[in-house]
Design a protein around this ligand. Structure first.
Ligand SMILES: [Zn+2]
Length: 193
């Protein structure tokens, strides 16, 4: 369980831009558990970790709700070409949730992914401090954002965590920088020679 402990600490540090509240701790805890649950022996392991971290299991409910919302958002996908339905949900530090699904186009290159749809909805609704972006698809392995979405995540949700979810409950959690190392950003504008 040492892997879960170190993930909890580094995720909490990454999320510290949002302060030190209960929801921040709960997201860090749920992320660490998501990464290591397969290696844990039982539900007791999870209970012990939550107890050690001082987090009530009820505190995880907003995160479970966000994960379920991403999964359910697949139903709204417009994917007549690939038939690959993806859902995404963004959880704000205020507890608000915004969802998105992939929207395809007969001009394939114009297709919009679920992650960008959810981030655009969140940003357009006035949200800006995002704790979590969940993405879910009917794949055995956790679904992974494409390169364009990684750039969007780094731009609009740099202090969030990303939860990737597969159809059988497999999860992978990471930071945006882990998804897109050496990302291009607005700070580059100031580094021109
Ligand atoms: Zn994408």
């Amino acid at each position: 369980m040492s892997g879960a402990q170190s993930d909890f600490e580094r995720f909490r540090e990454h999320l510290s831009a949002h302060g030190n509240g209960g929801l921040v701790h709960a997201v860090a805890a749920r992320a660490a558990i998501g990464n290591w649950r397969a290696a844990m022996c039982s539900q007791d392991d999870v209970r012990q970790l939550l107890e050690r971290w001082g987090i009530a299991s009820a505190a995880l409910e907003p995160i479970e709700h966000a994960l379920a919302a991403a999964w359910n958002a697949r139903a709204a996908a417009y994917a007549p070409y690939s038939r690959f339905h993806v859902g995404a949900a963004v959880l704000g530090s205020c507890g608000r949730l915004w969802c998105g699904a992939n929207v395809e186009n007969s001009s394939y290159g114009l297709t919009l992914c679920a992650e960008r749809a959810a981030l655009a909805a969140a940003r357009a609704a006035g949200g800006e401090a995002f704790l979590l972006l969940c993405v879910a698809a009917d794949t055995e392995e956790p679904i992974s954002p494409c390169g364009a979405c990684r750039q969007w995540i780094v731009e609009l949700a740099p202090h969030a965590l990303v939860a990737m979810v597969g159809s059988k409950g497999a999860e992978r959690w990471c930071t945006p920088a882990e998804l897109l190392p050496w990302a291009f950003g607005s700070e580059m504008f100031h580094r021109q020679l």
